[in-house]
Design a protein. Structure first.
Length: 140
């Protein structure tokens, strides 16, 4: 199996709390950044999603903190999709320091919302395959 898609991020000082740790909510921002970066790398833009009449939605997110991150830390944020048979999919993400230390693990359940019907698309895999120039980034 190939390595999951990843993006580099440097922890910025203004993202830290009074203890000097990366603020808890910023971990979710990093995860979201990696997800949108994967979409872009696969050839899917926000405009393309809107033109298709769909939009990604987060249904559940679990964040497990492992190690602290401090200003200046360099990390890689991974993003891998796992497909089932229904209307939803899972996204597994890891925030890992350059020395290999796992700082956080994020598991999300998502779907594609039909923007007209306001309901989840029956098979999001088909939409991603149709929209993506490189569906292999989604494991398709």
């Amino acid at each position: 199996m190939s390595e999951p898609f990843s993006v580099p991020v440097t922890v910025r000082g203004y993202e830290t709390d009074v203890l000097g740790h990366l603020n808890q909510s910023v971990y979710l921002n990093y995860a979201e950044h990696a997800r949108w970066s994967l979409l872009q790398a696969a050839g899917i833009s926000q405009a393309g999603l809107i033109a298709k009449g769909v939009g990604p939605v987060a249904l559940e997110t679990t964040l497990r903190f492992q190690r602290e991150l401090l200003a200046g830390d360099e990390v890689e944020v991974t993003c891998g999709f796992q497909w089932g048979d229904g209307k939803t999919f899972r996204i597994q993400q890891t925030i890992r320091k350059t020395d290999g230390t796992v700082a956080a693990e994020i598991t999300a359940v998502g779907g594609l919302l039909d923007l007209r019907e306001r309901r989840l698309v029956a098979d999001p895999r088909d939409c991603f395959k149709e929209l993506a120039a490189d569906p292999s980034l989604f494991g398709l």
